[in-house]
Write a protein that binds this ligand. Structure first.
Ligand SMILES: [Zn+2]
Length: 122
């Protein structure tokens, strides 16, 4: 859609990423199970993994989100509560382990959506 405003394209891409659906058509799911990603869209044919190692960038997205959550959460609780460092560690260590597993699909979806937004046709 060449005449669509940039903000509209960004909002649509992010909404499709949040729904874990194809960034081009939004009609199919990116994942068939928790960790299994479809090779391409069944409706529009968009190949999701455009090159070998394409989703390495999604690892950085996942890492940045995890670090932001854990460090940000630690600093907020450090400023607002009297929790000890051991209590903070007991709270945030499981988050640091489990959050990336939950966020895995969203990091790939976000990576794909933003890359598709910047480079619509491979
Ligand atoms: Zn599609």
């Amino acid at each position: 859609m060449p005449h669509e405003p940039r903000a509209g394209r960004l909002a649509r891409a992010l909404a499709r990423a949040a729904r874990l659906s194809c960034p081009r058509c939004g009609g199919t799911r990116l994942f068939s199970s928790w960790f299994t990603m479809a090779r391409s869209c069944a409706l529009c044919g968009l190949v999701f993994e455009r090159a070998q190692g394409y989703f390495v960038g999604a690892i950085y997205v996942n890492y940045a989100a995890t670090v932001g959550l854990v460090i940000g959460g630690y600093l907020i609780l450090w400023g607002l509560t009297e929790l000890s460092t051991a209590a903070q560690l007991a709270l945030w260590l499981p988050v640091a382990v489990l959050f990336p597993l939950w966020f895995f699909r969203y990091s790939r979806s976000l990576w794909l959506a933003v890359e598709y937004l910047l480079n619509p046709e491979p």
